[in-house]
Design a protein around this ligand. Sequence first.
Ligand code: AHR
Length: 644
Amino acid sequence: MRTRLATTVLSLLLSLPVNAETGRLTVHVDKPSHAVSPILYGLMTEEINHSYEGGIYAELIQNRSFKDDSNSPAHWSLVGPSTAGSIVLDPQTSLTSAQNVSLKLTATTASTTAPVGVANEGYWGIPVKPNTKYRASFWAKSTSGYSGPLSVRLETADGSTTWAKANVGPVTGVWKQYSVQLRTGKNITPSTANRFTISLSAPGTVNLDLVSLFPPTYHNRPNGNRIDIMEKLAAMHPSFLRLPGGNFVEGYNLETRYDFKHTIGALTDRPGHQGCWGYRSNDGLGFLEYLEWCEDLHMEPVLAVFAGYALSGEHVTGDALKPYVQDALDEIEYVTGESSTTWGARRITDGHAKPFPLTYVEIGNEDGFDKSGSYDERFAAFFDAIKAKYPALKLIATASVKSRKPDVVDDHYYRRSPEMYADVDHYRNRPADSTKVFVGEWATTNIIPWSPEGRKAPPTPELEAALSDAAWMIGMERDSDTVVMECYAPLFVNVNPGARQWAPDLIGYDAINSFGSPPYYAQVMFSGNRGDVVLPVDLDIPAGSDAKPVVFATASRQNASGDVIIKVVNTLATTEPVTIDLDGATDVAKTGTLIQLSGDLDARNSIDEPMKVAPVSLSIPAGSPNFSLTLAPHSVNVVRVKVK
Ligand code: AHR
C-alpha cells in the first residue's frame, strides 16, 4: 500500500467540488452489537481464465503431458529445419497409464553446431529473469540407440540468445527422469518472449514426457505456486479457501467432474482432465497442493465435494449416488484423517503428516441449475453420511432443500453497481435462528461476464465496481451474524488474449507480472482491518436519503488493539465533509489512520499501470469523540482510531 504525504492528499481534495453541508456519522461505541464473523473474508478458487494453468501454479511448460490436443503436439514446435527432423504424438510409447501419450522427437540430421530439438512456447511466453534458478525436468527414453547428451536451454523465442543451458544424459532405452538446474546471468532484462528447448546433437529418436520447468516458488515448495500471486493473496489476509469452487467441482459431465483421487500422488500418476472452460487441467495443482496453499496462507479449507450433478445436466440419484458419497467421505478423511485411516495414511504417504483443519464442507455448486429437482435427495444422501461420520462438520447447501436443515446456504451474486447498492441490506436483521449464509461467489459485474461483450471487456474491474463491492461488503460485515463467510469470484485472470472466459476478475497477470484491480484493494482494505464486534452506526448525509443512500458505512471494534474501525464508501462525485461522532467514547487517541481508495469511476489497473488505482494511507487528526473526516469523491475509506 502506498503512503503519500497527507498534505498532498488534502490539497488534492480541496481542489475538488465539496459538498457545503457537513454530514454526520455516529458510531455507538458503547453499544456493541453481535460479533463480526472471525472468518468472514476468504478466497474462492476454480480453474477458469487459466487460473492454475498459466496462473498461480508455477509450471511454465504448456501441455507438458502432450494431452491438450489428440492430433498434434500443441504449444510445441520443432527446433531446426523441417527437413532435419520431426515431432509427433506417440500413444504407443507411454510413460504410465495416466501419462498415456509421449512426444517422439526424431533428428534425421543433427550435430553439435546444428542441433535438432523441440521447443515449448509456455503460457503466452516463458518468463526469464536475471539471477534466477529454474528447475527443468522431464522423462526421456531413447528408441534408436541415441545415448545423448540432451541439451536443455532457456532461450529467446527465435533462438538467437541463450539465457541458460545444461546437458543431461546418458539416455537409454528405459524411461528415466532427468532433472537439471538452469541459472540465468545477472545482466539480463526480464522478458517473456522466450522458449524452452530440448535438443539432440546427433541423429536419433527420443521420446519425452512430463516436460516441466519451474521458477522459484512460494515457500520454495517443489511443484508449488507463483510467488508474486501468492504474495498478493497473502496481503488479503484470507481466512479460508473455497476449493475447488465453482463449475470446476461439477465438471461438464460425470466423467470430467473433479475427482480428487486422480489429482494426488506422483505427477506421473495424475491423468489430468478436461476442464469446463475449454481447456485441460494437468492437475499438477492437485488436491494436496490446494491444502498446502491453505497452509501457506494460514487459511482453512472450505471443501466443496462433487454432489452427483454436472453442468450438462447429467445427474445421479438413488444407489448410483453411493460411490460419490463415499468419494466425499474419503476426501474428508484425506484432509483430516490420522495415520490409522486409509486416506489419512495416503495423505501421509503423499508427503503431509499433519491433518488439516476442516469445519465446512459444501455439497455441490449452484445446484439450483439442476432443473430435475434432484438436489434435495442428493443433498440428503451426502448430509446423512457426512454427519454420521463427522458430526462436528458444518454442511453447506448450494440451493434450497427441504428434507434436511443445512448449517449454511451458499448464495451467489453477479450484479451491476446500482443493484449492489440497492441490496446492501439484504441480510439485515434476520432472526437469530435463521440459516447462516456463505456468500460463496459474488462480484460487481458492470458487464455480463459470460456475454460476448464480457469476453471482449477489460479482464479486471474498474473503480466503480470497487465502490459497490465495498458497499456490499459493508452490508455483509455489518450483518455477519448471518453472513459467516464471503469470497469474491473469479479470483484470477490471465490477461492474454485467448486465455480468459470471464470478466471481471480480481487479480490479473501475464507470464511475468501481476496486478490487483481496484476491487482487490477494497478487499485488502476490508479484510486487513477487521474488528471483533459490530458497533451500530447512524448516518446523516445531506445529499442522500433513506430511499437512495449515497454513503454507506459500518463500524467495529478490534479487541486486541482497542481500535474503532470505520468503513465508509462515498458514491458521490463530490468531496463529503463528515463529522465522526464516537458516541460513548471518552478517551480518543490524538490521531487516527485513514486508508483511502479513490479515483475516476472508470479507472482500472493493468499490467502496464498496476498501481493506477491503489490505496493511500495517511494520518488524520482525532483527539476527541468528535472529529472531522473528509471523504474523497468516489472513495472507499477505512478509518482506524484508538479509543479507550
Ligand atoms: O466464477 C465463475 C462461475 O460462476 C463459477 O464457476 C460458477 O459457480 C458461477 O456460475
